[in-house]
Design a protein around this ligand. Structure first.
Ligand code: PMT
Length: 224
């Protein structure tokens, strides 16, 4: 690890779900546990990187003492913290499962049960990866994730382009060992040249190491 090109590099990682309140009691969220992002934070810290982990609500936490964890709840909070860390980051990894929408008018009091239907109006949340992708400097490396429920290749390629990632890590819920909450994942890496490579089923820690190796190769080719 002491010879790692990540030593001393600043890495920001978004991880976990976001929560969007409907009222003081209820929220919209998703199944992310934060495991994938926490594994990346741990492995990067072991290589000597300076890690800022912007972590949505989860019962899990990293253990490496040098990781700075910033707990957030909503997508807007995650965006605020990511904007603060991004300018001084060498690397940004977007593993968070950010809620694309939030309730337009969260109720200040608990919504009472009434007869008939309840309609919810949702408005778009900021796209954190896309916004920061527009500010990305050539020396910065951005890595995205894509979670799909189909094979997902086309959607992932589209996200790679529109969000200005250097590469994207696609996981599909069609693969039984992939995705939310599991200790394992199975992914397809897609780079800007359209080259893709599917991984075997790996533990999230092992996958984190492979992702970091790929990130290191960017610095080796630009620095040597
Ligand atoms: O946390 P775990 O339980 O370990 O599960 C891991 C995971 C399944 C959450 C992870 O592997 C993963 O796929 N994370 C991305 C999930 C996702 O929301 O993907 P997406 O296809 O909706 O988003 C594409 C990319 O844009 C992602 O890098 C996402 O972080 C980013 N994004 C999306 C929306 C938004 N408003 N802001 C963003 O930054």
């Amino acid at each position: 690890p002491s010879s790692s090109s990540l030593k001393g590099k600043k890495i920001m990682i978004t991880a976990g779900p976001t929560r969007e309140s409907l009222d003081p009691v209820r929220y919209i969220s998703n199944h992310s546990s934060g495991k994938m992002g926490i594994s990346l934070a741990e492995k990067a810290a072991e290589r000597g990187a300076i890690v800022t982990l912007i972590l949505g609500p989860t019962s899990l936490a990293p253990t490496h003492p040098s990781i700075q964890t910033i707990p957030v709840s909503t997508a807007i909070e995650m965006f605020t913290e990511a904007k603060k860390s991004h300018p001084q980051s060498d690397i940004a990894i977007f593993t968070a499962a950010v809620s694309d929408y939030r309730p337009e008018n969260p109720s200040p009091e608990k919504i009472k049960k009434k007869d008939g239907k309840l309609n919810l109006t949702l408005v778009k949340n900021p796209d954190i990866a896309r916004n920061l992708g527009q500010e990305k400097k050539t020396v910065q490396v951005h890595v995205g994730f894509a979670l799909e429920t189909d094979e997902g290749f086309g959607s992932a390629e589209e996200k790679l382009k529109t969000k200005n990632f250097d590469f994207i890590v696609l996981n599909s819920l069609l693969d039984p060992e992939a995705g939310f909450q599991k200790d394992t994942n199975q992914v397809t890496f897609i780079d800007k040249k359209g080259k893709s490579q599917k991984s075997p089923v790996l533990r999230k820690e092992e996958l984190a190491s492979i992702i970091l190796d790929k990130i290191e190769s960017f610095f080796q080719t630009t620095e040597s």
